[in-house]
Design a protein around this ligand. Structure first.
Ligand code: 9L3
Ligand code: MG
Length: 138
C-alpha cells in the first residue's frame, strides 16, 4: 500500500529540442527500473538543489552538455505501488557541447508527432500529451 505520508522522490527532466524541433529521448539502460523505456532525460534532485540546477547537472552527467534550462512545462505526480515521485519538466532549447549517451544509453531525436510511438515510463506520458495540446514552436 502506498503511504500518503511518504515524501515524493523529486525528479527533473528536460524536453530538449534541436533546431528542427525534434525532441531528444533517451533509452533507460538494462539493470535499472523501467529499463528499455524511452524517457525525457533527467534524474533525481539532490537535497538542497534547485530543480534547474539538478537538471543542468543531470544533463551534464548523462549527455555531456551544458544546458540552459528554459520554461517550466509540466509537473507530473506519479504513484507507484511502492513509491511516489513527482516529475518536473523544463524546456531546453539551448545547450553547448557534443550530445552523447555517456552512460551507454541509446538516444533518439524524435519529431514531436512521433513521440507517442515510443514506450515510456508512465510519468512521461502526460508530458507528450501536454506537448500535443500546446506544441512548442521555435
Ligand atoms: N523517471 C521517469 N521519467 C523520467 C526520468 C528522468 C526519471 N523522464 C523515473 C525513473 C526512476 C526515477 O524517476 O524511477 C529516478 O530516475 P533515475 O534517477 O533512475 O534516472
Ligand atoms: Mg537519469
Amino acid at each position: 500500500m502506498t503511504e500518503i505520508s511518504t515524501p515524493a522522490v523529486e525528479v527533473v527532466a528536460g524536453v530538449i529540442r534541436d533546431a528542427r524541433g525534434r525532441v531528444l529521448l533517451a533509452r533507460r539502460t538494462e539493470g535499472r527500473d523501467l529499463a528499455g523505456l524511452w524517457e525525457f532525460p533527467g534524474g533525481k534532485r539532490e537535497p538542497g538543489e534547485s530543480a534547474q540546477a539538478a537538471l543542468a547537472r543531470e544533463l551534464r552527467e548523462e549527455l555531456g552538455i551544458e544546458a540552459e534550462i528554459g520554461a517550466p512545462l509540466i509537473r507530473v505526480p506519479q504513484a507507484y505501488p511502492h513509491k511516489r515521485l513527482c516529475l518536473d519538466v523544463y524546456a531546453v532549447d539551448r545547450w553547448k557541447g557534443t550530445m552523447r549517451g555517456l552512460e551507454g544509453q541509446a538516444l533518439a531525436w524524435v519529431p514531436q508527432h512521433k513521440l507517442v510511438q515510443y514506450p515510456m515510463p508512465p510519468a512521461d506520458r502526460p508530458v507528450v500529451a501536454a506537448l500535443e495540446q500546446a506544441p512548442l514552436y521555435l
